[in-house]
Design a protein around this ligand. Structure first.
Ligand SMILES: Nc1ncnc2c1ncn2[C@@H]1O[C@H](COP(=O)(O)OP(=O)(O)OP(=O)(O)O)[C@@H](O)[C@H]1O
Ligand SMILES: [Mg+2]
Length: 475
């Protein structure tokens, strides 16, 4: 965060400063919404959430060292910049700071798409870090709160700012682009995440394309040529277009893609008339598309193809619960991909499972949320498609029953190879009995179903099973 006086905070947010003895006092720390993480010199933003209201923690924030707060009303404990809507004010503050940082040379890159935003951001952040100081925090931070907080974590020394932009409706990405107008915009894919809210894939394409509409003349739109709806956004931008993908006519492409026995891709990166070998550390063939998008953006930011290829090959996983592959001491491998799920990301994860070496492949799949009226049919289709590639499919939760039905309809023996269990506890018990050394288990569902906890339980169950064996306990 750059240092801002309270007067500047008031000016940038359009708020009114109350309770400051000295309006030259400055925010010298971070901007934060969580009173528990406030440090000296921070600006505390009081936001009313579903369960707690930040305004109840203004005293605690002051005690922890906050220099001021952004709030809807003044408080005795500390100076407050009073605004009608602290989240909107946070956006205005970030926009003001972003303008200053751009004027001093910051390059902002933004990524959107239905699946793979965080994975691509994490690759791109690591690639750009090889070229200069980069802000690209782990996790999603892709909404009206997370994005401005990310912007505000940059400072005058930051060369590259990598932002993730999420969208649940028309106008959302346009709004995020008003907070931090990117120079380089990456669109990954148009799938069915949040189809329920958007109504149709065309609606999703309309919304995701707001990113390329916001790019300046001297900017670059990095579009995935393997997705017709994405490359179809080209006429919507004034910026130069760079295409990425497996197609021969893509500007940045991958040839000779192979997977090692840990399902990590190797390929030749072809760009700007050069060819360089890449060996990814992250898991799943879907990461090739993400890596190409990251490469297109890093090249647009001025890196050489050789440096991009080397940095891609060194980049590891950064954010939790995305294809986290861990091996238990007893030889069972758990793949925790439980961060989120939609039909495309389920298929990407199942393809990665198929590429992992193991004796039995087991998919433990929970429901996919927010799919709208087609939800039941989508679950069944997924189960049918999954059936061929797995030895056992366990569908977890009432909303996932269609996955088990689909797998059974596609020939998996119901109750043996295709099993439905009501909840996490039942899944844990079943797998506790079933798992054998050499098994590879994929755990995935939409975020709200908390299957990352099941994945964690399965990992520790393996550790205790191993300890029990070491103790000679055969019960
Ligand atoms: N390019 C891709 N195509 C399809 N599926 C993908 C792709 N990249 C990642 N995935 C899958 O999607 C899951 C979520 O990935 P990631 O967190 O990167 O997506 P996201 O777009 O940031 O999601 P969210 O909207 O929840 O923030 C991964 O765990 C993986 O299973
Ligand atoms: Mg994300």
């Amino acid at each position: 965060m750059i240092v801002l006086t309270l007067a500047e905070v008031a000016q940038l947010t359009g708020g009114e400063l109350h309770g400051a003895a000295d309006d030259g006092a400055a925010v010298t720390g971070a901007v934060t919404l969580d009173s528990r993480s406030v440090g000296r010199g921070d600006l505390f933003v009081a936001v009313a959430g579903e369960r707690v209201d930040g305004h109840d923690f203004l005293g605690a924030a002051a005690e922890a060292g906050a220099v001021a707060a952004l709030a809807t009303r003044p408080h005795d404990a500390l100076p407050c910049v009073v605004v009608a809507d602290p989240v909107a004010a946070l956006g205005r503050l970030a926009a003001g700071v972003h303008d200053r940082l751009v004027a001093s040379g910051l390059i902002t890159l933004a990524i959107t798409g239905s699946s793979g935003k965080t994975s691509t951001k994490d690759l791109l952040g690591q690639v750009l870090a090889a070229a200069g100081p980069t802000v690209s925090p782990p996790g999603s931070y892709n909404n009206d709160i997370g994005l401005p907080l990310t912007v505000l974590s940059a400072d005058a020394g930051t060369r590259f700012l990598v932002l993730e932009m999420g969208s649940r409706g028309v106008g959302h990405i346009a709004r995020l682009c008003r907070v931090a107008r990117p120079r380089i915009g990456v669109v990954l894919n148009v799938g069915s995440a949040h189809l329920g809210e958007f109504g149709s894939p065309e609606g999703i394409a309309q919304a995701k394309g707001e990113l390329v509409e916001a790019l300046p003349d001297d900017g670059t739109a990095v579009l995935n040529a393997d997705d017709g709806r994405v490359v179809g956004m080209a006429p919507r931008t004034r910026a130069r277009v760079v295409t990425t993908g497996q197609r021969d006519d893509a500007d940045v492409r991958a040839t000779g893609v192979t997977l090692d026995d840990a399902a990590r891709a190797r390929f030749t990166l072809v760009a700007a008339g050069e060819e360089h070998a890449v060996a990814l550390q992250v898991v799943g063939v879907h990461q090739v598309a993400n890596a190409l998008s990251a490469a297109g953006a890093a090249l647009a930011a001025g890196m050489t193809p050789a440096d991009v290829a080397a940095a891609l090959s060194a980049a590891g996983p950064r954010s939790r619960w995305r294809m986290e592959v861990e091996r238990r001491p007893d030889g069972v491998t758990i793949v925790n991909d439980a961060y989120n799920a939609n039909p495309e990301s389920m298929r990407a994860a199942l393809a990665a499972l198929a590429g992992l070496t193991g004796t039995r492949r087991i998919a433990v799949l929970g429901p996919m949320a927010e799919l709208g009226p087609d939800a039941a049919a989508e679950h069944e289709r997924l189960g049918r498609d999954a059936a061929a590639g797995v030895d056992l499919l366990v569908a977890v939760g009432a909303d996932a029953v269609g996955i088990a039905d689909g797998a059974s309809a596609a020939g998996r023996r119901a109750g043996e190879e295709s099993v439905h269990v009501p909840d996490r506890a039942a899944a844990r018990e079943l797998l506790g009995q079933l798992l054998r050394p050499g098994d590879v288990v994929l755990v995935k569902a939409s975020r709200s179903y908390g299957l990352e906890l099941l994945a964690a339980d399965l990992l520790t169950a393996g550790a205790s099973a191993d300890r029990a064996r070491a103790d000679g306990d055969t019960a």
